[in-house]
Design a protein around this ligand. Structure first.
Ligand SMILES: CC(C)(COP(=O)(O)OP(=O)(O)OC[C@H]1O[C@@H](n2cnc3c(N)ncnc32)[C@H](O)[C@@H]1OP(=O)(O)O)[C@@H](O)C(=O)NCCC(=O)NCCS
Length: 259
């Protein structure tokens, strides 16, 4: 089937409005300064889309300012999407320029709290939660410039430590605890929980739909393939892991095989 007649013309992305030439580098410089790292807007982005995005970011910034003030959090530049739910907000802390997208649930009830460092971004409808009424969990730390995409889940019963510059896809889930189940005469829900930490070191890439069980350490610079189930263990730096259960399929330090 020929889909081309249904596609929009690409010319609409090519408008060479002089204002765009002037405004984009200025905006690039401004955002790079705010983020503390290089940032470049795609020159094909139509001006009106960029303007809409700036208006949206301003509304998110005002909402962030309002909510962090209401909850008496340390003043920080936080961009909050609509319908973000805070629970036990005093346990949450933020660096600067953090983005929390629409519908995220952030529950700060945790021994070590929930900390999102500078430039962290949490995708829409994600959940970060450490505790239940019967068990206070440990918490989560996410380093600078790290992000997860929509519908991710962080069960932070054990400590979840995510380094800097970590990028994570959609539907990533972390389960930093396990139910105890040795006694067959007692319901498993009554046998208690053991926290098991999860650590993702700096500069990792986690594909979509990855599940981490407790007791995992992913070495710096590693890649976890989409759909992997990562069991307890230490995975060396610069590994590429994939599969169910995930295994190291290659090292990024070794030359790629010729195709
Ligand atoms: C892990 C990944 C980066 C590897 O890419 P690659 O280097 O091009 O790897 P290849 O496609 O050459 O695959 C190499 C081997 O690993 C296997 N493999 C690759 N990705 C896999 C995955 N996600 N699950 C299971 N096996 C996988 C391949 O089947 C292949 O096995 P073979 O040698 O027996 O045929 C990529 O497959 C991936 O999962 N990317 C994540 C994409 C994603 O989630 N994006 C959205 C969020 S940012």
């Amino acid at each position: 089937m020929n889909l081309l007649p249904f596609c929009l013309s690409r010319d609409r992305l090519r408008s060479d409005f002089p204002l765009k030439k002037m405004a984009y580098p200025l905006l690039d410089a401004f955002i790079s300064k705010a983020k503390g790292r290089p940032y470049q807007i795609d020159q094909r982005m139509p001006l009106r889309n960029l303007a809409a995005s700036l208006v949206r970011r301003s509304v998110w910034m005002m909402r962030g300012l309002l909510k962090t003030t209401i909850f008496s959090l340390r003043p920080a530049l936080v961009f909050l999407g609509p319908r973000v739910i805070f629970r036990n907000a005093s346990g949450c802390s933020f660096g600067s320029n953090v983005t929390v997208e629409a519908g995220v649930l952030l529950d700060g009830l945790a021994e070590f709290g929930i900390h999102l460092s500078d430039n962290v971004s949490i995708g829409a409808y994600s959940i970060i939660r450490a505790s239940s009424a019967t068990h206070i969990g440990q918490g989560l730390y996410m380093g600078r410039n790290s992000s997860c995409d929509a519908y991710s889940f962080f069960g932070a019963g054990g400590m979840i430590s995510i380094g800097e510059d970590v990028i994570m896809g959609q539907h990533v889930s972390f389960h930093a605890e396990t139910h105890l189940y040795a006694d067959t005469t007692k319901a498993m829900r009554l046998q208690g929980i053991q926290p098991l930490p999860i650590t993702i070191e700096d500069d990792c890439w986690v594909g979509a739909n990855v599940t981490f069980l407790g007791g995992v350490t992913i070495g710096r610079g590693s890649i976890v393939g989409a759909g992997s189930l990562v069991r307890a263990g230490e995975y060396p730096p610069y590994s590429v892991l994939a599969g169910v259960p995930a295994r190291v399929i290659r090292s990024r330090l070794a030359p790629l095989p010729e195709s």
